[in-house]
Design a protein around this ligand. Structure first.
Ligand code: TXA
Ligand code: MG
Length: 312
């Protein structure tokens, strides 16, 4: 079933495909015109560099100038999977991919269809397959919402994790997470024995924006206003969509979604709920805040980050 899509990719076209995190917008990483189309399709700022998706560890050598012992340990431990690693780049990596940075982001995704596709048509650059600023796509329908019904997308249903990969910079110490995802700082620290710090979600005076330009752009937002639900606030389902993960509402309205501590499910559904709020014409999405204790879980850190960014 992939033959057609492989032909398109080899002919310099862009094709959306599923990964275990979100759908990606794929293009041949060695074809500058194809990579340019990715930026044009998404309306993505040129300085927001792309992740190159590969299908085995050897391929890292085609893109990375140096591969440290810690990089090897991390690849061994977490690949294929939802971890993107930043390497110093080889000079031949296309500038359009890295937007002038000296580094390149690499990831080997786990979804079997993406593995097959990348092995046969890759390596592929692949940002999330949404228009820039919209919530990332976790279903093929989301891709079509943003890019039209005729857009080539390999449909494999709903993605498993639903939030984008952890982005980890190991080119400088302390190692730094630019974007939290399913793989946590603690898990990474265990593998390398090195301290890992989290870049702040909102841009401050450190150099995160310069080193990972994507962090400075607004992201993941529905048209509805996203807000934290204050503890005292009563739930009024006619006012918007409510996402509760811990408290129970006593409401049976379908506008009140209760996750009862199932953060994996909440992560998988978050972007779909954001899009649903717009389809249903809601003005607001209210999200129950997470406690510090809940934020010890990596998926909750990722949720906290995406919701904070959506709030803007
Ligand atoms: O889960 C994912 O990572 C998905 C799937 C499709 O693999 N892809 C994805 O790509 O989320 P994108 O382009 O939407 O987000 C990539 C993030 C951006 O924040 C970008 O700034 C950062 O990775 N990034 C890319 N190259 C970088 C580099 N060389 N240094 C630092 N950050 C980089
Ligand atoms: Mg994205």
């Amino acid at each position: 079933m992939l033959d057609n899509y492989i032909r398109l990719l080899k002919n310099g076209k862009v094709v959306a495909f599923p990964t275990e995190t979100v759908y990606g917008l794929g293009a041949d990483a060695w074809n500058p015109d194809a990579v340019k189309k990715v930026f044009e399709t998404k309306g993505r700022p040129a300085d927001n560099s792309l992740i190159v998706h590969i299908s085995n560890i050897q391929e890292v050598e085609d893109f990375a100038e140096t591969i440290s012992e810690d990089a090897k340990k991390l690849m061994e431990a977490f690949w294929p999977g939802p971890l993107t690693l930043i390497f110093s780049k080889k000079p031949e990596v296309l500038d359009i991919i890295t937007g002038g940075l000296e580094t390149v982001a690499l990831r080997w995704p786990k979804h079997p269809l993406s593995q097959d596709l990348i092995a046969r048509a890759g390596p592929l650059v692949a940002p999330s397959a949404n228009s820039s600023g919209n919530p990332s796509p976790t279903k093929a329908e989301h891709v079509k919402e943003d890019f039209g019904d005729d857009f080539p997308v390999i449909d494999a249903g709903t993605t498993d994790i639903g939030l984008e990969s952890t982005v980890l910079d190991i080119t400088e110490t302390p190692y730094r997470i630019y974007r939290p995802g399913a793989i946590s700082a603690e898990e990474i620290e265990k593998v390398t024995g090195q301290k890992v710090i989290q870049a702040p979600t909102s841009i401050t005076s450190d150099n995160t924006a310069a080193r990972s330009p994507g962090t400075k752009y607004s992201h993941y937002s529905p048209k509805a206003i996203v807000q934290w639900l204050s503890e005292e606030a009563s739930i009024q389902p006619q006012k918007g969509l409510y996402l509760l993960h811990n408290r129970s509402s006593g409401s049976s309205s379908k506008n009140v979604v209760q996750y009862n501590g199932n953060y994996k499910k909440m992560g998988r559904e978050l972007y779909d709920r954001f899009r649903q709020a717009d389809h249903l014409g809601f003005a607001a999405v209210f999200v129950e805040p997470f406690t510090d204790k809940q934020q010890k879980q990596s998926i909750v850190q990722a949720l906290q980050n995406r919701i904070t960014k959506a709030i803007g």
